[in-house]
Design a protein around this ligand. Structure first.
Ligand code: CAP
Ligand code: MG
Length: 430
């Protein structure tokens, strides 16, 4: 009597049906486990199976089980019947393809690379409220990246001091002032106070510059409190809310997507905690998977790295992340990305941030082009002449890139850029 049945979840001659959901995994079998058994266990444990043959098996079970249908080296593709998945429930999807399978003893390493979502699954999701075009229209910015900065040091300003740094940032030409990922509502900088002090500064900066100004104010908290904070933002005429999406959880992001959309608020998604699972190339979940799920749910933008700044992520990774977010049809990239037709799901902005300063702007724009939210924080507040000069220097660096001239050339006629280059040059933070 066979005790297990993993081989029934493997069929290398199988061709997935049009409406099946396909996952690409990197996997390493544990010692003594064949590749075939390993992929059978992954397909089984993430769909209908368990470790042993069973006494009763409902006839429909056969139609629900996943099939590992392609093994190339240490990469396996697994097809999942649509009826396994609850319509519109991204949380349950993660329980299935990003759950138990990571803890199986029979697998030494496992990495969820990407998922290809069939149109019949996709259509149960709303995607971003505005899309890249909608955001550009809302901010009245067309031919350059949107720009923003976090007041630094990242936490410690009073609400009033925070608002003053924000005003200087806006007056230097930036579109956004961003809260840091760990700034929510502290004794010295309550959320309500920050909104109360930032709002008149925004109005003043808009009046003095004639430009639209906004902010990514961090509402991250328990979901009901996030709703209350979103209401406050809408009451004060803001058009964005910021959420730390990984620590908040997929369910709360789904709730807040609809709540913010009803209030006309775009969502800036910070990805703090992503590096606990996306940094190891052999085990965990990729940033491209996280970016895909967040676009599907409907954030308007999410951080995707700089390649040249202080945090992890290669140039190639940043480029494929940009494709996941910006394309109507994402092209497949061998072992990194599956093809994805996005249908009516709108586009979202990649956000590049982390250790940037004016000297690195061309490197980042060489990767992303103008369809980007560029955040330069320490890199403006550390400018020898202060925040406003730092923002101006960054805007001058963006102009230089779009004019096709070097920063050294631009600096001849741009004082603030010249001063930035004198301090940082083209330094790449470690
Ligand atoms: C950057 C930042 C962002 C990181 C997040 C920080 O500040 O505010 O949170 O960019 O990383 O706290 O470090 P600096 P990522 O510009 O002063 O470095 O964008 O990779 O998610
Ligand atoms: Mg930060």
């Amino acid at each position: 009597m066979a005790i297990d049945w993993y081989n029934e979840f493997v069929n290398l001659n199988y061709t997935p049906a049009q409406d099946e959901l396909i996952c690409l995994f990197y996997f390493e079998p544990a010692a003594g486990i064949s590749k075939k058994e390993a992929v059978g266990r992954i397909a089984s444990e993430s769909s209908t199976g368990t470790w042993t043959t069973l006494f009763t098996m409902p006839p429909r079970m056969k139609k629900l089980q996943a099939t590992a249908f392609s093994i190339e080296g240490n990469f396996v593709k697994i097809a999942y019947p649509l009826s396994l998945w609850e319509e519109g429930n991204a949380v349950q999807l993660l329980s299935g393809i990003a759950g138990n399978i990571f803890g199986m003893k029979a697998i030494k390493n496992l990495r969820l690379i990407d998922v290809a979502l069939p149109q019949s699954y996709l259509r149960n999701f709303k995607g971003p409220h505005f899309g890249i075009d909608g955001i550009r229209k809302m901010m009245n910015v067309s031919d350059r990246p949107l720009t923003g900065a976090v007041p630094k040091p990242k936490i410690g300003f009073s609400a009033r001091e925070h608002a003053k740094v924000g005003y200087e940032t806006w007056m230097g030409g930036f579109d956004f002032v961003k809260d840091d990922e760990n700034l929510t509502s502290t004794s010295f900088n309550r959320f309500e106070d920050r909104v109360k002090f930032l709002t008149p500064m925004r109005d003043r900066a808009e009046h003095e510059t004639g430009d639209k100004k906004s902010a990514f104010i961090n509402i991250t908290a328990e979901t009901d409190l996030m709703k209350k904070r979103a209401d406050i933002l809408a009451d004060y005429g803001w058009n964005y809310a910021m959420i730390d999406v990984v620590v908040s959880g997929t369910a709360s992001v789904m709730t807040m997507r609809d709540y913010c959309s009803d209030l006309g608020l775009a969502i800036h998604a910070h990805r703090a905690m992503h590096a606990t699972f996306d940094r190891d190339k052999k085990h965990g979940i990729t940033m491209q998977f996280l970016a895909k799920i967040m676009r599907l749910i409907g954030v308007s933008q999410i951080h995707t790295g700089t390649a040249v700044g202080k945090l992890t992520g290669s140039k190639k990774e940043s480029m494929i992340l940009a494709d996941v977010l910006r394309e109507k049809k994402t092209k497949a990239v061998d072992t990194m990305l599956l093809e994805q037709e996005w249908g009516r799901i709108k586009t979202a902005f990649p956000v590049s941030s982390g250790g940037l300063h004016p000297g690195l702007v061309p490197d980042v724009l060489d990767i992303y082009g103008n369809e980007l939210v560029l955040l330069v924080s320490g890199g403006i507040h550390g400018h020898p002449k202060g925040t406003r000069a730092g923002a101006k220097a960054t805007m001058q660096a963006i102009e230089a890139w779009n004019e096709g001239i070097s920063l050294d050339e631009k600096a001849k006629k741009s004082k603030e850029l010249k001063e930035a280059l004198e301090k940082w040059g083209y330094y790449k933070p470690k």
